[in-house]
Write a new protein. Structure first.
Length: 212
């Protein structure tokens, strides 16, 4: 059994299913992926709740809402001016090139869709892959700070560049949406609860035996 598979099985046993990414629709997942940049999820939930209360958590309404109002609604997620601009850029792009339809946009092959997402203002690799995996349900592994930290501490790789780490996971795992989804979510859970940036809880880590 490969080391990655051992890690996955151990984390599954310890944490159980993560049911990630939370969202009532693919578009809500897209919005969450943009808002969670440099922000914890609790604050993202507050921002999304504001959008729902104002009934503008839709492509059409986000397109029409005034930027100043949108900034106030997403303020809990931080960098609210930049994030309002990013949300606007995404819905403008969607309406201009895909008739305002995520279904049409997501019909494209993975590589082409990823390239297009990266061309939109405010969409970087992690956000693009989150949209691909969790909203479009395409097998694109998401890399974040937790992934890199855990991988380096487990000596899976020395690299830290996003695309290199992404390639490591994708070349050593079966390209499966459910697997990528659950694995990324489990690594996040491990990073938050045990493999912290400072003062990691190595002595009680569920991966202790694998680390040794």
């Amino acid at each position: 059994m490969s080391k990655l598979k051992q890690i996955y099985n151990k984390l599954c046993k310890h944490f159980g299913p993560q049911y990630w990414w939370p969202g009532d629709s693919p578009f809500e997942v897209v919005v969450g992926a943009i808002l969670t940049q440099s922000c914890n999820w609790q604050n993202v939930e507050l921002a999304i709740s504001n959008l729902k209360k104002e009934k503008i958590l839709s492509i059409k309404e986000l397109y029409n809402v005034k930027t100043s109002k949108l900034q106030k609604l997403v303020k809990p997620s931080g960098y609210f001016r930049a994030k309002a601009k990013k949300l606007k850029a995404f819905v403008y792009h969607l309406i201009k090139y895909h008739k305002g339809s995520l279904k049409i946009m997501f019909k494209q092959p993975l590589s082409k869709l990823r390239e297009e997402l990266l061309s939109i203002h405010g969409i970087g690799p992690e956000t693009a892959d989150s949209i691909l995996l969790y909203a479009a349900e395409k097998p694109s592994f998401v890399v974040d700070a937790y992934t890199i930290r855990i991988g380096q501490r487990l000596k899976l790789f020395k690299r830290s560049k996003y695309n290199e780490v992404k390639e490591f996971f994708e070349s050593n795992l079966q390209k499966d949406v459910k697997l990528f989804n659950e694995f990324h979510a489990l690594l996040v859970a491990l990073g938050k609860d045990y493999c912290k940036k400072s003062r990691p809880k190595c002595d009680i880590c569920p991966l202790l035996k694998i680390c040794q």
